[in-house]
Design a protein around this ligand. Structure first.
Ligand code: ZN
Length: 487
């Protein structure tokens, strides 16, 4: 099996400019087809790192100035192998190894008041749980030294209500969210006096107010500590009618995100308005909440278009990983929708009565797009024919077009008259309503079978479901056969 020679750099550290410095070197041979775990074991053996108490972080740089890339799974390993294969020189793409104590990663052994020595070699201090510490030290090059970490005092949640001098926040982003919430709850507005990587200072929006807030990072780490906080307003602003400047859609989006992670749960803008009212005591508009939900959904699942953009990269990787796969992607020139025209009528109940008729279709995004509507005196052949004639003038006859409606005799007749070459289909929903009306007794048992049948892809699947229908009520089968379910 093919092997590649790789230069290891270890026992060094990453500096401000993103370069690994003061390192020692070693060499290893890596296999073309191996797993990420194999690589970890190989490197640890070579460097004499005890994996029971330590873990390693493997990084490399692709170009001089870019941030280092970390290999943390099999895909990362594959990518690295591909890169090395293109440039097999021993000195190219050296792997830079950082050793991390396992204790620090689990965080489990930390108790309140423990003194933690932060080793210079430690890059990250991370954990999945909310209540353990998450420190990410900026590689300032300065000795961070020893300081006390009160585990319970580091605030990592944005729903923190009390704000006090001396508090330590996980990072600046958390603190910013907390302060936004705080201002809303306290019904005032602040302005940002200073905001950068190491400090965050706020003043009341009123010029004459003595309210102030100052926080800054601890030893240039990500941790932010509240250094000064005067919470007494000397302005009358607090009593004025609150403007909703800080209740932005991003803020609400952040608040509702956890509730949207379950895709089965229905969480409507109306629910959100109620929650914001009870959590923050603020009335927000429907449109603001609608935007907030959009933002939260985009955060959770990404912009829909972005997912498609990833397809090319995915196919490329798939082709690299499984050579010889048959992969083809065809992009159609236009986002064309299949011209399925859905026709329906609804009785008008006002003074003049008559029937409101409409046609609609699905656009490329799967949304209902109204095509035409009209009012006819009643649902008879002449009226429907007139409607379809007018519709044909406006819409024409399109390739692959088909018409779907309930099994109204007049519609069927008029369609065959005006659009003789266009196929006509009974709508599964309309058909079901009729089954429901005619066979009230059996409908509960049939509902599930019926709708799986409507979605059946193969004839065999359809036939087996039809057999079940027959077992429940033979008359329903006869009825559906009469309706004609071919296609
Ligand atoms: Zn004030």
């Amino acid at each position: 099996m093919a092997s590649l020679t790789v230069l290891l750099r270890h026992s060094g550290k990453w500096n401000d400019e993103g370069n690994y410095i003061n390192f020692s070197i070693e060499g290893i041979l890596i296999k073309e087809y191996a797993s990420f775990n194999d690589l970890v074991v190989l490197i640890s053996n070579q460097l004499g790192i005890d994996l029971s108490s330590k873990t390693i972080k493997i990084q490399y740089k692709v170009e001089g100035n870019c941030t280092p890339m970390e290999i943390h799974n099999d895909m990362g390993y594959r990518v690295y192998v591909e890169l090395k294969k293109e440039n097999r020189e021993f000195g190219m793409y050296p792997l830079c190894i950082t050793t991390i104590e396992k204790d620090l990663i689990s965080g489990g052994s930390l108790n309140q008041g423990d003194i933690v020595q932060i080793d210079e070699g430690v890059q990250r201090y991370d954990s999945d749980t909310d209540d353990t510490l998450a420190l990410d030290f900026v590689n300032s090059g300065e000795a961070i030294g020893v300081f006390e970490l009160h585990k319970d005092l580091i605030i990592s949640k944005t729903n923190q209500k009390e704000v006090m001098a001396g508090q330590v926040y996980k990072d600046k982003a958390t603190l910013k969210e907390v302060m936004k919430n705080y201002a809303i709850a306290q019904k005032f507005q602040f302005r940002v006096n200073r905001s950068n990587a190491v400090s965050y200072a706020l003043l009341c929006i009123s010029e004459d107010c003595e309210w102030r807030f100052k926080a800054s990072s601890i030893n240039k780490s990500e941790l932010f500590k509240v250094r000064e906080f005067n919470d007494n307003h000397t302005c009358p602003l607090k009593d004025k009618v609150y403007e909703q400047r800080q209740a932005s859609s991003s803020l609400i989006g952040g608040m509702i995100r956890p509730k949207l992670t379950n895709h089965k749960r229905k969480y409507t803008p109306k629910d959100i308005i109620d929650d914001v009212k009870s959590d923050l005591g603020v009335d927000v508009s429907y449109i603001l909440v609608w935007r907030a939900k959009e933002k939260a959904m985009n955060f959770l699942i990404g912009e829909p278009a972005d997912s498609y953009k990833k397809l090319l990269g995915y196919l490329y990787t798939m082709d690299m990983t499984y050579p010889g796969s048959h992969i083809r992607m065809v992009k159609s020139p236009k986002n064309e929708s299949i011209p399925i025209v859905v026709v329906d009528g609804s009785h008008l109940k006002s003074y003049y009565t008559g029937t409101f008729v409409s046609t609609s279709t699905l656009n490329g995004a799967g949304h209902i797009l109204p095509l035409a509507y009209g009012i006819i005196d009643s649902e008879n052949d002449v009226a429907w024919t007139w409607f379809f004639e007018q519709f044909k003038i406006a819409y024409g006859e399109r390739e692959n077009m088909c018409i779907v409606s309930d099994r109204n005799e007049s519609i069927i007749k008029s369609v065959s008259r005006v659009y003789p070459d266009v196929p006509y289909f009974a709508c599964i929903w309309h058909l079901w309503n009729n089954v429901y009306k005619k066979f009230k007794k059996s409908h509960a048992k049939l509902s599930e079978i019926y709708f799986s049948m409507a979605n059946a892809y193969t004839q065999a699947e359809f036939d087996s479901l039809m057999e079940k229908v027959e077992n429940v009520d033979i008359r329903v089968k006869e009825y559906l056969e009469l309706a004609g379910y071919e296609n």
